[in-house]
Design a protein around this ligand. Structure first.
Ligand code: GLY
Length: 614
């Protein structure tokens, strides 16, 4: 894949004034005209509601590029790259701005997975939230031992995990940073103090959120006195966030994990409803982990790739690898797009492979520090023989139920985890002029997380939101027969994730070809698979692949993006025995890919992301 189709070198069209940095232009930056639309997310699968769609054709650069979910955040990363910063430096600056301008998706109260390529090797930095020492396996059950309703669990203090993103970035910065740590906070501090224009997406999510107004701090900060969300373009200043960032810039992650900020986190977590156990000790003890990236080889259009992603506690890379690995033994292999869409036959086989992958995910994947991989290594779930054998379950019609497999040598007595709501999240991709790259997916779980805002001061407005990542654990610790579920709550454990930051390499030369990923709860797996299939199998550029209609399944119905597919496709899938549901599927893919002349970036038209570079 040293070249992508010629059609990729398209002009930048997303040139709204909104792209201008508020750091440079002051706080009156207007927001873009964008069709506003809100629809209630399907609680079974949608992380964040839709907020409209803008035309996107992609961005071309020669030396370096950064892609993120908000123009102000992308701009912060771009400033850092231009100042000679590394890809990792840029990602830190982006994250700090995202926590301000896209507070629904990620922030310093949450966690992240970061893949870093240093020109030679890939390192997986795990900043996933951990369960407090006082967490109990039944903490997400009601008095009758039944799983709490999801929203009740989200708002409970038990939902909050020990945040990990800042400490993880600090450790990664020691290894891969070029600019001083403190310098990377400048753009976010300036924006927080001067204010930023509320974006259409932030406005529509604030307006529609049923829970955030119940938090007094969030109500005062995000809403007008009459309870309406601040309008699009309103200049929102967050002096408390600026204050906390200044402390982190000066003292590092200690400023978050100890002292007044830590005390405020504990106080907010231990407040009603259902006070949690998160303690000062939990915050002090938090340690990010460096893991071995999980990579597999993949061939498409006579080219050979090495696709690297995040190992457990993420389930993303395993599921994506399984789906791609099973499809190559079916008629889906070599299938082309029909009138710009995947065909019904391809969607059928993709869905069947996905159902098998989700069955394995439910059975096996959990924090590797607590749960052994089947047959001793997660690669057992990606072994070519195993996937060939699994693919034989895919026939012309939908299978009645998709069972988990048993890789050779497996001795597992886990009960499968029931399907449950999963949320999230934001993605950052960066390539720098020295050939370093980052793919980082970052989250506070649900939109606006646990709806608990942290502040250290009664007089400063704003603050930051805490995650509800503990609801990524199985609410039920065991099945009806008492067999334990691998992804049950345990003290100090990290909940299973679907986040799939991905780096793609030429298998022969080791040259980096792409960096990408998406938010979207469990649907992240499908968004990532769509981007990879679109670019590697269908010859699309990153933007074209991102623009394709979304599709997927979490094991049950086939889900298709509303208005993405024609009736004939829906009817053909139904005729094969699938239940088909059409709904908004709000992916937020960001991807950067190598071209003959440098780099080309794509950002998801379903959100507000842009790519910048030089
Ligand atoms: N909370 C989203 C994920 O980790 O998959």
């Amino acid at each position: 894949m040293s070249t992508f189709p010629a059609s990729i070198h398209l002009p930048l069209v997303f040139t709204s004034l909104y792209l201008l940095s508020a750091c440079a232009s002051g706080p009156t930056t207007p927001a873009p005209a964008m069709a506003l639309r809100y629809s209630v997310p399907d609680q079974a699968m949608q992380p964040e509601a839709a907020s409209g769609r803008s035309a996107q054709t992609g961005w071309a650069f020669t030396r370096q590029a950064v892609a993120a979910a908000n123009p102000l955040a992308t701009d912060a990363g771009h400033q850092v790259l231009r100042a000679g910063g590394s890809a990792l430096d840029a990602a830190i600056a982006v994250q700090m701005v995202l926590g301000l301008v896209e507070p629904q998706s990620s922030g310093i109260g949450g966690g992240a997975f970061l893949l870093h390529f240093d020109g030679q090797k890939v390192t997986a930095h795990d900043g996933r939230e951990t369960a407090p020492a006082g967490a109990r396996p039944d903490m997400l059950l009601n008095a009758q031992g039944q799983p709490l309703p999801f929203q009740e669990a989200v708002q409970s203090g038990h939902a909050v995990g020990v945040p990990g993103v800042v400490r993880m970035l600090e450790v990664a910065h020691r290894q891969h940073g070029r600019l001083p740590w403190s310098q990377l906070f400048g753009p976010a501090i300036a924006l927080a103090e001067q204010g930023f224009a509320v974006s259409p997406r932030l406005h529509s999510l604030l307006q529609a959120d049923p829970l955030l107004r119940q938090d007094p701090l969030a109500l005062r900060f995000f809403y007008q006195p009459d309870g309406q969300a601040w309008p699009v373009g309103h200049v929102l200043r967050n002096p408390e966030y600026a204050h906390v960032l200044r402390r982190i810039a000066e003292d590092g992650s200690r400023a978050l994990h100890e002292g007044p900020v830590a005390q405020a986190i504990v106080q907010r977590t231990q407040a009603p409803p259902r006070p949690g156990s998160l303690s000062l000790q939990d915050l002090r003890d938090y340690q990010p982990k460096v893991r071995e990236a999980l990579c597999f080889e993949h061939s498409a259009l006579q080219r050979h790739y090495r696709i690297c992603g995040f190992p457990p506690p993420s389930s993303g890379q395993i599921a994506v690898g399984q789906v791609l690995g099973m499809l190559k033994h079916t008629t889906a292999q070599g299938a082309e797009l029909v009138q710009g869409q995947p065909s019904a036959d391809w969607l059928h086989r993709y869905s069947e492979a996905s159902r098998l992958a989700f069955a394995d995910r439910a059975q096996y994947v959990a924090d590797p520090d607590f749960v052994a991989a089947p047959a001793g290594h997660w690669h057992s779930l990606l072994a070519p023989d195993y996937l060939r054998q699994r693919s034989q379950l895919i026939g012309p019609r939908a299978m009645a139920s998709a069972p988990a497999g048993q890789p050779a040598g497996t001795r597992s007595s886990w009960a499968p985890m029931p399907a449950q709501t999963e949320y999230g999240t934001s993605h950052i991709s960066v390539v720098d002029a020295r050939g370093r790259a980052v793919a980082m997916t970052t989250t506070i779980e649900a939109a606006f997380g646990a709806r608990r805002m942290v502040s250290t001061s009664a007089s400063r407005a704003g603050g930051f939101l805490l995650n509800n990542e503990m609801t990524d654990f199985s609410f039920a610790p065991a099945d009806a027969q008492g067999r334990p579920i691998a992804n049950r709550v345990e003290p100090g454990k990290r909940p299973r994730s679907s986040m799939s930051p991905t780096l793609v390499f030429d298998a022969a030369t080791g040259q980096l070809l792409m960096s990408g990923g998406s938010p979207g709860g469990a649907l992240i797996i499908h968004y990532t698979a769509k981007w990879l299939t679109g670019t590697l199998h269908w010859g699309l550029n990153a933007q074209q692949a991102i623009n394709l209609p979304n599709f997927g399944t979490l094991g049950g119905p086939v889900v298709l993006e509303t208005q993405g597919f024609d009736k004939a496709t829906v009817d053909a899938l139904t005729a094969r025995g699938h239940t088909v549901r059409e709904t908004d599927m709000t992916s937020g893919l960001q991807a950067i890919e190598r071209t003959p002349s440098g780099w080309f970036g794509g950002a998801d038209p379903r959100r507000e992301g842009v790519v910048m570079g030089d």
